[in-house]
Design a protein around this ligand. Structure first.
Ligand code: 1GP
Length: 249
């Protein structure tokens, strides 16, 4: 098992985690390092770098280097395209957008980056990425047929298909800036059938959002917009407090 997957697996055994998503296009280099430092000081367990629109490889590399130098937790690339690959990070979500209509998003882009990832020794984390309505920008760019918010069976089916295909993680994504997160009842339904860790993101803005998702079995919460809009403020701290509470700390 790779080092980052081992870190996540060990931590998840003790309770849920939080990851902070930083978009290198909005906050790159030293700015990203500043956000990451403050997020980790508040208890965030990993930094994800990504965005849904064309991040250049130079910007991704500069940002990954700055973040990795600033924090001791893993820096994970959340790729938008093969251009997101850089040896400066600790790992990359090697992710298939399972409910995309585009074969590129399901497997071809991954094939284009696989040899490079092996060559530079970046740890791939096999991840099944499932877009839930509304899906926002990533749903459009990813040409997804988002899982309808009331179709719990469809979410379960995609998640279990990911597990059966050998994926190490499953991510339910409502889309960055979604008006509300993935419905807690969908998270609960997926958790009842899934054995690999379940990541939930998109539209998590408050302690209450976090609590509802954690109570439903989310194992990793991802937030991005809340720090982009408010910095490391009371909303972010409230979310982290819920994660700690769910861990029994
Ligand atoms: C997006 O799930 C992440 O890919 C985070 O979403 O920006 O809404 O927190 P937010």
């Amino acid at each position: 098992m790779g080092r980052v997957l081992q870190y996540l697996t060990d931590k998840i055994r003790k309770g849920p985690l939080h990851m902070t998503l930083i978009d290198p296009d909005k906050s790159g280099g030293a700015d990203a390092a500043k956000v990451a430092t403050a997020a980790v000081a508040s208890g965030s367990d990993a930094i994800m770098l990504g965005g849904s629109t064309g991040i250049s490889s130079v910007r991704m590399a500069d940002t990954a280097r700055a973040v990795k130098a600033a924090v001791h937790v893993p820096t994970i690339i959340f790729p938008e395209s093969p251009a997101s690959v850089t040896a400066a990070a600790d790992a990359i979500y090697f992710m298939s957008l399972l409910n995309s209509r585009s074969v590129d998003r399901v497997i071809r882009m991954q094939a284009r980056s696989a040899l490079e990832i092996q060559r530079i020794g970046l740890e791939p984390l096999a991840l099944g990425y499932i877009i839930v309505a509304p899906g926002m920008r990533v749903g459009e760019v990813g040409e997804a047929d988002p899982v309808p918010r009331n179709n719990l069976g469809q979410a379960q089916s995609y998640a279990l298909a990911a597990e059966f295909l050998g994926m190490q993680l499953v991510y339910l994504e409502a889309g960055s800036g979604a008006p509300s997160p993935v419905p807690p009842e969908m998270v609960r339904a997926v958790r009842t059938v899934l054995h690999v860790p379940l990541i939930v993101g998109g539209g998590i803005r408050s302690a209450e959002d976090a609590r509802n998702l954690l109570n439903s079995g989310a194992q990793i919460l991802v937030t991005g917009t809340v720090t982009e809009e408010q910095g490391i403020g009371p909303a972010f701290e409230g979310i982290l407090e819920e994660v700690r509470r769910a861990r029994g700390e």
